[in-house]
Design a protein around this ligand. Structure first.
Ligand SMILES: [Zn+2]
Length: 472
């Protein structure tokens, strides 16, 4: 291999949906595209402790597609290991990273402390991967870049952020290598064209090489409008003076839930019974969404630019633990939106413990529930669930609707199809093997493009294939 040929190395997010990290190496230097944390099973999380294939201090710049932890949550660790270059991202990503990264550091510290107390860590004492202070220090490297603007990463290497419609700030990143006149586009996480608040994913335009996520590469989301189902839950529960509990991810999912409630109240389908947003992180993210919409951010659909979001509903945010506890005494009807989305932790557990035994109340699940979570048990009709060491009988009515911030197989094919002319090759990563393999097959059979799911650690060249490949 020519030492000057630009290459990609699939460091993380290959064969799994977390830990997104792809290394771009050119004669001008090294860029890491996304800097995600491995999450989920212990075996995956342990990979966060393994060294990167290159010295972090030798990386010149980081490019972030969006602020989900599986795409940016390794950044503080990269910095504590010597990285000190710029971290380019959109303004929305910077604002959300300022919320989620310190929180992630705090959780790492809590986990280490818990492991020390229980004495189950291999490390003695157990150490956090990084601390809240490390996370705050890493935020200083963030450099916001406008959408659709070509930023120079290295001499001869420019990147442009394009709308991905996934969460606020989320982008696909198109990188141009001047020396070879080659363009490689990274999808980041793609949203759906149906995101009610955000602009749909932008067409790719020209590219030679694509790197696409495949989280739902083997799935098709149902197309039904959830409005009727949400209205039924609200009306039935409100009629009997009950409380609707909605476990929701703090960033973006909470805004989508509020959008539906706002629409239903505005068109008279449900009464405005009052919505309590009870999650500090959700409140902070909500304020970022509200500010960006008010400012007229081009990320929002035109009808929301320059407007106050959710003007038809009465939203109360609980700012303190005491205010959250006071909700326990409050009688219905009302809606409580609280994290976490799969009821694995957070304040929603207190509300479930307090309310789930009363048949006037309702629980509305609004997204994917991973196997083994309380959300999954509830969705499967469990008659009791365990919280704080006690089993609680499930008497509240449990309903489930599908709200996804992720592209499904058809959306992913549409996105790849927006590359004109067709790319030479599509690298399919950021998916479980079933998702990635299904998308590889669909890209071949439905679009006729060459697609490969790279192995973790695999390196490929980005220069054009040449005659010299065939010389002996
Ligand atoms: Zn994401």
């Amino acid at each position: 291999m020519s030492s000057l040929a630009p290459t990609l190395t699939f460091v993380g997010g290959a064969g799994t949906v977390t830990g997104s990290k792809t290394l771009l190496e050119t004669s001008a230097g090294r860029v890491l595209i996304d800097c995600g944390l491995f999450q989920g099973r212990k075996k995956l999380r342990q990979q966060n402790w393994e060294p990167l294939p290159v010295d972090p201090a030798s990386i010149d710049a980081v490019v972030l597609t969006h602020a989900h932890i599986d795409h940016c949550g390794y950044l503080p660790r990269l910095v504590t290991q010597g990285f000190s270059g710029p971290v380019f991202c959109t303004e929305g990503t910077r604002k959300l990273a300022e919320i989620v990264l310190p929180d992630s550091g705090h959780l790492q510290e809590e986990e280490a402390e818990f492991a020390n107390r229980k004495g189950y860590s291999k490390h003695k004492p157990a150490l956090p991967l990084y601390t809240e202070d490390d996370a705050r220090a890493s935020l200083r490297l963030l450099e916001p870049v406008p959408f659709d603007y070509a930023e120079t990463l290295l001499p001869g290497v420019e990147a442009t952020w394009q709308h991905a419609g996934h969460i606020l700030g989320a982008a696909s990143v198109s990188i141009h290598l001047a020396e070879q006149d080659r363009r490689v586009v990274f999808s980041g996480d793609l949203g759906r064209s149906t995101h009610p608040l955000l602009q749909p994913p932008a067409p790719i335009g020209p590219a030679d090489v694509l790197v696409t996520e495949s989280t739902y590469g083997d799935e098709r989301h149902p197309e039904n409008d959830p409005r009727a189902a949400i209205a039924e839950v609200i009306n039935e529960t409100a009629g009997q003076g009950g409380v609707v509990l909605i476990p929701a991810f703090a960033v973006d999912r909470t805004e989508i839930v509020l959008w539906y409630l706002d629409q239903l109240v505005a068109d008279g389908s449900v009464p405005d019974i009052g919505v309590y947003v009870d999650s500090p992180m959700a409140s902070r993210a909500l304020s970022v969404y509200r500010t960006e919409a008010r400012k007229g951010s081009p990320e929002f659909r035109p009808e929301y630019r320059g407007h106050e979001l959710f003007g038809s509903i009465t939203i109360t945010e609980t700012r303190t633990v005491d205010a959250s506890k006071e909700l326990n005494q409050r009688r219905g009807p009302m809606v409580i939106v609280s994290a976490s989305g799969m009821a694995t932790g957070g304040r929603i557990i207190h509300h479930l413990a307090n309310r789930i035994g009363d048949d006037r109340n309702a629980v509305l699940l609004v997204g994917f529930q991973a196997p083994g979570t309380r959300g999954d048990s509830l969705r499967s009709g469990a008659k009791q669930i365990k919280m704080f060491g006690h089993y609680h009988p499930v008497r509240a009515k449990v309903s489930s609707i599908a709200l996804s911030a992720h592209a499904d197989q058809d959306d992913l094919l549409d996105w790849v199809g927006s590359c004109t002319p067709a790319p030479e090759i599509v690298f399919v990563n950021h998916g479980e093997p079933e998702g990635s393999n299904a998308l590889v097959a669909a890209l071949g059979s439905r679009l006729g493009v060459t697609a490969v799911a790279p192995r973790a650690g695999e390196r490929v060249r980005l220069d054009p294939r040449s005659r010299s490949d065939f010389d002996y």
